[in-house]
Design a protein around this ligand. Structure first.
Ligand code: F6R
Length: 242
């Protein structure tokens, strides 16, 4: 657990983990697992800076996203495919075709989910997975009650999540009701995990993640089963730790 003084120290800690993974992979190219959402964006911004100012290169590396809405084409302005490009990968020297996400427009989402796990396996697995956490302890779209062993699968979004997301879509009727998400088992297959969170709103979930009993009630607690997880949080997110 790394408690940071401010957002810039948090961004540097997460960026350092990604940079050392890139350097460690050298010739073969790193396989990164990328989260969308607001939490990792400062780290992505810091990595774009290191790329531009310090020559940090992502050439030869690959990236897999955690999740995607079902029913949105890749180019849709709310797709995670587009989010990661706008906030990170279009600004670095990673091959665009090597930035892979579940295909939200696939005709058979269940088949797409199974194919996605296979793609990750074929790439040799994820070296470093970046994660955020929901205030209810969700990771990716694995909401409370999700199987701790789950693989990439189709999830129905809760009414709460649909309502929360309505602000991005203009009208609640436009919000997708399903998503494709890596499962908790898929996420734990990554060799190393860095989870980052900030703010009071994440404090209860962070306390469960670090100190709670492993339970589907708080999906992030399943990360306790993983041998190498770095949690980068600010004081507010750490405020309910004992
Ligand atoms: C993102 C994702 C989500 C977010 C979580 C936290 O790909 O799968 O689980 O990590 O909802 O979101 P932010 O970072 O916006 O608070």
């Amino acid at each position: 657990i790394h408690i940071v003084a401010d957002a810039s120290e948090g961004a540097k800690a997460v960026a350092d983990a990604i940079e050392s993974t890139l350097r460690g992979a050298a010739g073969s190219g790193a396989v990164l697992g990328l989260a969308t959402g607001s939490s990792p964006v400062p780290a992505y911004t810091e990595l774009i800076r290191r790329h531009r100012e310090e020559g940090l290169s992502f050439a030869g590396s690959r990236a897999f996203l955690l999740d995607e809405y079902v029913g949105l084409a890749a180019g849709h302005e709310q797709s995670y495919h587009r989010f990661i490009r706008e906030n990170f990968t279009s600004h670095i020297d990673i091959d665009d075709a090597a930035v892979v996400s579940p295909d939200g427009s696939a005709e058979d989402p269940a088949a797409e989910a199974a194919a996605y796990d296979e793609k990750i396996r074929e790439a040799g697995g994820v070296d470093l997975q970046i994660l955020g956490i929901g205030s209810n302890g969700h990771i990716a779209f694995n909401e409370p009650g999700s199987s701790l062993a789950s693989r990439t699968h189709v999830v129905g979004l809760t009414q709460g999540t649909i309502q929360d997301n309505a602000r991005f879509f203009g009208d609640v009727s436009e919000v997708p009701v399903r998503a494709l998400s890596q499962g908790l088992g898929t996420i734990r297959d990554a060799r190393r995990i860095v989870l980052t969170a900030s703010g009071e709103g994440k404090a209860a979930a962070v306390a469960q993640l670090v100190e709670g009993a492993i339970s589907a009630r708080w999906p992030a607690t399943s990360l306790q089963l993983h041998p190498e997880v770095l949690v980068v949080i600010d004081e507010a997110a750490a405020s309910q730790l004992e």
